[in-house]
Design a protein around this ligand. Structure first.
Ligand SMILES: Cc1cc2nc3c(=O)[nH]c(=O)nc-3n(C[C@H](O)[C@H](O)[C@H](O)COP(=O)(O)O)c2cc1C
Length: 189
């Protein structure tokens, strides 16, 4: 699949078939993260491949952040079921010491963001589905995955074959997000 085709047809997947992910596909996904660019090539990412059903269930439970979701009237993280039912979950963790911090910008989040997009688009190109799950109680996930205190768990990615092709979600028009030469000046193309 062409890169631009993968980007344009990307959609998050939250429900998965009861079908395993082939080992060679998993290997390709891990290599896609490995090849991502990062602050001074620090490669701060660490990945945990989770297949154990009990652990996946614990991660699903961790994706309920009551203080954030309840006031929104949301009863569950929309990805909670997917974390439990996908054959595998990749936890994308970071060692912030291996990335940079400049003018209050923590670049480990940028490093992990780029790595996560490599992971997501590669999964999509391989016919798999995934979703970035960023809303979870980190301490609960830390306990389930035995992640040391000085590491951060940035995202959980349930990975598997989609139950169905979900809808493409809308994006802002280019005119809303692109300026010409300076902030606020309309861009036309
Ligand atoms: C940093 C980040 C955190 C996210 N966290 C969650 C989450 O906790 N649960 C969920 O269902 N989707 C989550 N998403 C997925 C977004 O809701 C989704 O990407 C967005 O609605 C656009 O839909 P699309 O990916 O299908 O195009 C997250 C995405 C990002 C980039």
């Amino acid at each position: 699949m062409e890169t631009i085709e993968a980007i344009k047809s990307w959609r998050s997947t939250r429900r998965f078939l009861d079908r395993p992910v082939e080992e060679d596909k998993l290997h390709t996904l891990l290599e896609a993260v490995q090849r991502a660019p990062s602050w001074t090539n620090g490669q701060c990412w660490r990945l945990i491949v989770v297949r154990n059903a009990t652990t996946r269930q614990q991660l699903s439970a961790a994706s309920w952040v009551e203080s954030y979701l309840a006031p929104l009237g949301v009863k569950a993280n929309p990805a909670a079921q997917g974390l439990a039912e996908a054959p595998l979950v990749i936890a994308l963790c970071a060692d912030p010491q291996q990335s940079g911090r400049l003018w209050d910008m923590d670049y480990y989040l940028t490093d992990i963001g780029i790595a996560s997009q490599n992971l997501s688009l590669t999964a999509h190109a391989l016919g798999l589905g995934t979703v970035f799950v960023g809303c979870f109680v980190e301490e609960q996930a830390r306990k389930a995955l035995k992640v040391p205190e000085d590491m951060r768990i940035v995202g959980l990615f349930p990975i598997g074959y989609p139950q169905k092709e979900s809808k493409l979600r809308p994006r802002k028009e280019l005119a809303e997000i692109v300026f010409d030469e300076e902030w606020g000046q309309a861009f036309s193309n």
